[in-house]
Design a protein around this ligand. Sequence first.
Ligand code: SAM
Ligand code: DTB
Ligand code: SF4
Length: 335
Amino acid sequence: MIIFVQNFFMKVNPDYNTQDKLEALYQKPLLDLVYEAASLHRQFHNAREVQLSTLINIKSGGCSEDCGYCPQSVKYDTGVGVHKLMSVDSVIEQAKKAKANGSSRLCMGAAWREVRNNKDFDNVIEMVRAVNDLEMEVCCTLGMITEEQAFRLKEAGLHAYNHNLDSSEDFYKDIISTRTYQDRLNTIDNARKAGISVCSGGIIGMGERVEDRIGLLMSYRKMENPPESIPINALVAVEGTPLENEKPVSSWEIIRMIATTRICFPSSQVRLSAGRSQMSVEAQALCFLAGANSIFAGEKLLTTPNPDYNEDMEMFKILGLSPKEITQTLSVEKK
Ligand code: SAM
Ligand code: DTB
Ligand code: SF4
């Protein structure tokens, strides 16, 4: 009976409950690590399906935070344009296109430090309602939110809130000075209190140590409810940001991080996020084998390039993968 229940759900893997154990796992011979991750992945997920999620940058640039990786910070000269909030109609139009191209999730990102209770937020609420009506999983990433704002988003039909811890608490201080790790944890907590599903992950390739990558996973392990969705981004080094000269992280490191995340959080969605433009199909195939079950679709992430739709469909064909159907993702919730 217990085995039966576990096959549907295992929030955290009890075998890897310390920093040392997880670090040893990350450093295992690569093929052993991938094999262990793939075996677990197949117990909890349909390994032939990968969810397509489309990003819309609803408010670009001019953000007052100083996140060292981010081209949208007002502190760095990156050439990213500053645009006011998109109209509700144009969001709906883009969402419909994304759905027609097989995306079952839509993530709306805003280059804000935090959400303010103003007309822009009212419009975001409208967008959430409209995208939810299209029967897509709707996700937002808008910076810090209060508990009250989280409840408003939930009421409008928000499925998930994305707010990344990015790295270990220790390394975080080297990358961002305008807010604390605790601020990020508080926002995640506010989303949770409102009953919103949590999407939270990190970035590798910022000059951090393996210790910091594992520190990020340990931060999620410590939560009563770890994120249902964990995006793993490889830094896209953008000219003008403090991290512009970071060497691209090796695909082997991305594969290790995906595999370790999958083993640590067997039931969560693991998203192979930024950085795919620099990866071969072979490297991405190993990520899917090791447990990645979602990608961002479309030729642009928020401001940086991503493989285009046709390239991804060609890759899916080669690998025998298909986009996760929309009905499967929403059927549980809408009952
Ligand atoms: N302003 C909101 C926030 O910071 O939560 C939402 C948008 S922000 C751009 C979303 C996430 O994108 C960041 O938390 C970070 O993990 C990721 N990101 C930003 N710039 C990146 C880059 N150059 N390479 C990889 N990931 C990046
Ligand atoms: C996440 O972890 N990665 C996505 C999504 N959540 C919002 C964003 C990646 C952004 C990459 C840099 C850019 O395009 O500006
Ligand atoms: Fe970029 Fe978000 Fe940081 Fe603003 S808060 S600089 S948009 S990552």
